[in-house]
Design a binder for this molecule. Structure first.
Ligand SMILES: C[S@@+](CC[C@H](N)C(=O)[O-])C[C@H]1O[C@@H](n2cnc3c(N)ncnc32)[C@H](O)[C@@H]1O
Length: 276
C-alpha cells in the first residue's frame, strides 16, 4: 500500500479534508504536472502524489523549509524543548536570520519547523518589520518529528519543484493541472506580510483565464466569490467545510466552493459529501 505522509506543518486553511473530492477530478489527469500557486501546508499535493509538481507560495520561510526537507533535513527535536525560554530564544534567533538576510539557511528551516509546532495554533504571522511574532502555544506537550520522520520526506518531495513568490510569477505550461487555493475571501486574512485583498481574488481569476488546461479553485463560498467565479465561466460545487462560522455565535458549517474549468464535474456520491 502506498502510504501518504501527513503534512509536516500545521497550516491555516489546510485542505486535507478536500483530498477525496479532488482525487476524483485528478484521476483522469494524472499524467499532467500539478501546479499549486498557493501550496501552503502541502496537504493536497501530498494527498494526490503527482509524478511532477510545481509548488509555489508567497511565504519564503515555508518554501525554505520544504527545500531543506527535500535535501534531507536530519533534525531531531525532543518534547523537552517545548519550553517558554527556549521558544522565545529560538524566535529571536529565527528573527535574527531574517534581519541578516540569512533566512535560507538550514538552521532557519529547523527553527521555522520548531516555531510552527510550538507557537499558538500553528499561526504564521509577522509584524510590520517582517519579524515572526506569534507567542508560544498553550499545549501540555508537543511531539516533534524525529530524524527518521524528517528524512522520510526527502524521497516524497524529490520530483517536485518549489518556488516562492506571488502566484502571477508562476510560469505555466498549457497542459498543467492547476489547483488554486488562495486565502479565503474574508476580512483580516493575513498569512504572510501581505494581505490577500479582493483585488487579488480578481487578479487571480484574470491570471487563470489565460490557462487552457484544467483548473480547480477552492474558496469560501461568499456571495461575491460565487458571482466572480460564475461570471468567469466556472462550474461550481458546494461542500460543507469542517470548520464552523463562529462570528456572531453562528455555529453552522462554513460553505466551501469548488470551481472547475476545462474539467468534467465528477459524479458525486451524496454519502461521500459529508466530509467531517
Ligand atoms: C489557504 S492557504 C493554502 C493551503 C493549502 N492548500 C493546504 O492544503 O495547506 C493559502 C496560501 O496562499 C499563500 N499566499 C498568500 N498570498 C499569496 C500570493 N499573492 N501568491 C502566492 N501565495 C500566496 C499563503 O502564504 C498561504 O500559504
Amino acid at each position: 500500500m502506498n502510504i501518504v505522509p501527513k503534512p509536516p506543518l500545521k497550516w491555516a486553511g489546510g485542505k486535507r479534508w478536500l483530498v477525496p473530492e479532488l482525487k476524483k477530478m485528478w484521476q483522469t489527469h494524472q499524467h499532467r504536472r500539478l501546479v499549486e500557486p498557493f501550496c501552503g501546508g502541502l496537504a493536497v499535493t501530498l494527498g494526490l502524489q503527482p509524478d511532477t509538481a510545481l509548488l509555489n507560495d508567497i511565504n519564503p520561510h515555508l518554501i525554505n523549509f520544504y527545500l531543506h526537507l527535500q535535501q534531507g533535513l536530519d533534525a531531531t527535536i525532543t518534547s523537552e524543548e517545548f519550553e517558554k525560554d527556549i521558544f522565545y530564544a529560538r524566535r529571536d534567533r529565527f528573527n535574527g536570520y531574517i534581519l541578516n538576510g540569512q533566512e535560507n539557511t538550514r538552521e532557519s528551516a529547523v527553527l521555522f519547523y520548531y516555531l510552527n509546532r510550538s507557537c499558538f495554533n500553528g499561526l504564521c504571522r509577522f509584524n510590520r518589520k517582517g519579524l515572526f511574532n506569534v507567542p508560544i502555544g498553550s499545549y501540555k506537550r508537543v511531539k516533534y518529528m524525529v530524524k527518521e520522520e524528517f528524512l522520510a520526506y526527502q524521497s516524497v518531495l524529490s520530483n517536485w519543484h518549489f518556488q516562492t513568490g506571488d502566484f502571477e510569477d508562476v510560469e505555466l505550461q498549457s497542459d498543467d493541472f492547476i489547483y488554486a487555493d488562495p486565502p479565503y475571501d474574508v476580512d483580516f486574512t493575513s498569512y504572510a506580510q501581505e494581505d490577500f485583498l479582493w483585488d487579488d481574488q480578481k487578479r487571480l481569476i484574470k491570471w487563470l483565464a489565460q490557462h487552457d488546461g484544467p483548473v480547480v479553485l477552492s474558496n469560501q463560498a461568499t456571495d461575491r466569490i460565487i458571482k466572480l467565479y460564475k461570471e468567469a465561466g466556472y462550474e461550481l460545487m458546494f461542500l460543507d467545510a469542517p470548520r464552523r462560522i463562529s462570528s456572531d455565535g453562528d455555529r453552522s458549517p462554513a460553505k466551501e466552493v469548488l470551481a472547475l474549468r476545462n474539467i468534467e464535474k465528477p459524479v458525486s456520491d451524496p454519502t461521500q459529501m459529508k466530509l467531517f
